[in-house]
Structures are given as structure tokens and as C-alpha cells.
Design a binder for this molecule. Structure first.
Ligand SMILES: O=P(O)(O)OC[C@H]1O[C@H](OP(=O)(O)OP(=O)(O)O)[C@H](O)[C@@H]1O
Ligand SMILES: O=c1[nH]c(=O)c2nc[nH]c2[nH]1
Length: 193
């Protein structure tokens, strides 16, 4: 998606440790018009698939998924929580995920009320790096007996391999911008064409 690549070139900064900082528009300050265009792009890619639910993971996936849901017939958006809470009652599907930016393992939890056998799920997230977050969400879907219809990602860092692993495993991964390489010294960002 050219619009997203241009924003990354314009406002993204490359940090040491394979971190691309895009918090001016994607995961701190949120450009909802851009989110809307991202939702439209995913809707075009996944047209023809039956999708009745969108699943993401807190925190940064939530806003993107909620705006995108407007392009999927207002499908309910469920976000996996990364902490236990007194607000989480009843039976739960749980797994653990290593967080790329927080550099620690988190529990990942969805109430059994909101993920069911027979659900046709689209997974959405802001970033795909090593694929840990998505593998956690896929585990939750398998535990629930739900079908993963596809995966929509804003920014994939292709050089970290998570996306290609998921494609090799048969998942339809639609990443709107795939960074092939980036250099914290020069600030150069190359996209996969
Ligand atoms: O493919 P991976 O290696 O799993 O990296 C991608 C994940 O990393 C970020 O989550 P993180 O927990 O770092 O931050 P967040 O709380 O802002 O979503 C991002 O939002 C993805 O969920
Ligand atoms: O803001 C972010 N930048 C990144 O490079 C990244 N990788 C995973 N999650 C990420 N979030």
C-alpha cells in the first residue's frame, strides 16, 4: 500500500535493535483516516472470504482493528488481553507471548464467551516481526475451534521472518507494507516490491 509506505518514509525512524518507530501515525498517535484506508485494503484482499469476527491483541492492534471492522460489515472486534483482571471472569483460552517491544513474556487471554467453534476469524495487528503475537492468536483460535481465514498486518518487518513462516504454513498474510531492510545508521528503509 503506497500510502502507508510513504508515511513510513516520511515519519518513520529506524532505531537500533530492529525497531521501526512509527508512533506518529500508527501506534501512539493514530491517523484514523489512514486506518480507514488500511481497512479498505484488507477488505479488498479478503473479499470472498467469510469473516464474522476480527481478533487482535492489545494494545496497538485495537484501534486499527476497530476502524477496519467498518469494512467487514461491523464484525465484532475481540482483543486478547495481556494481563489477568478482575474484569475477566469465566472460562478463558490462554497462552503466552513474548512481547517484542516490552521484551518479556505475557499471558494472552480471551474469554470463551467471545471466541467460539464455528467462528471465521480475521487476525489483524499493527506489526509482524518474529510472529510471536500471531502464533499466540492462532493458538487461541485452534483451542476455540475457530477458523483463521486470514491475517492482515500494517507493517511487516520481512527480514525477521515471522511473515514468511506463516505463509509457508499456509496462512493468507496480507501485509500492507513489508520492510525488507532498514539501517539505523543511515535511516534507510527498503520495502519488498
Ligand atoms: O511478530 P512479533 O515479534 O510478535 O511482533 C509483533 C507484535 O509486537 C508488538 O506488540 P508489543 O507487545 O511489542 O507492543 P504493543 O503492546 O504496543 O502492541 C506488535 O503490536 C505486535 O503485536
Ligand atoms: O513500534 C513497533 N516497532 C517495531 O519495530 C515493532 N516490531 C514489533 N512490534 C513493533 N512495534
Amino acid at each position: 500500500m503506497k500510502e502507508l509506505e510513504e508515511r513510513i518514509r516520511l515519519q518513520g525512524t529506524v532505531k537500533p535493535g530492529n525497531v521501526l518507530k512509527v508512533d506518529a501515525f500508527l501506534n501512539h498517535q493514530c491517523d484514523v483516516e489512514l486506518f480507514d484506508h488500511m481497512g479498505a485494503a484488507w477488505a479488498e484482499h479478503f473479499a470472498g472470504k467469510t469473516i464474522n469476527k476480527i481478533l487482535t491483541i492489545e494494545a496497538s492492534g485495537i484501534g486499527i482493528a476497530c476502524v477496519a471492522a467498518r469494512h467487514f460489515g461491523n464484525a465484532p472486534v475481540v482483543f486478547a488481553k495481556k494481563a489477568q483482571s478482575i474484569n475477566l471472569d469465566g472460562d478463558q483460552y490462554t497462552t503466552t507471548v513474548y512481547s517484542f517491544t516490552k521484551q518479556k513474556e505475557f499471558p494472552v487471554i480471551v474469554s470463551k464467551r467471545y471466541l467460539n467453534e464455528g467462528d471465521h476469524v480475521l487476525l489483524l495487528d499493527d506489526f509482524l516481526a518474529n510472529g510471536k503475537a500471531l502464533k499466540g492468536l492462532i493458538n487461541l483460535c485452534h483451542d476455540a475451534g475457530a477458523t483463521v481465514e486470514g491475517i492482515g498486518i500494517a507493517v511487516e518487518k520481512g527480514f525477521q521472518g515471522g511473515g514468511d513462516e506463516l505463509r509457508a504454513a499456509g496462512y493468507d498474510v496480507d501485509s500492507l507494507a513489508i520492510v525488507e531492510s532498514m539501517d539505523p545508521e543511515t535511516g534507510t528503509i527498503e520495502f519488498r516490491s
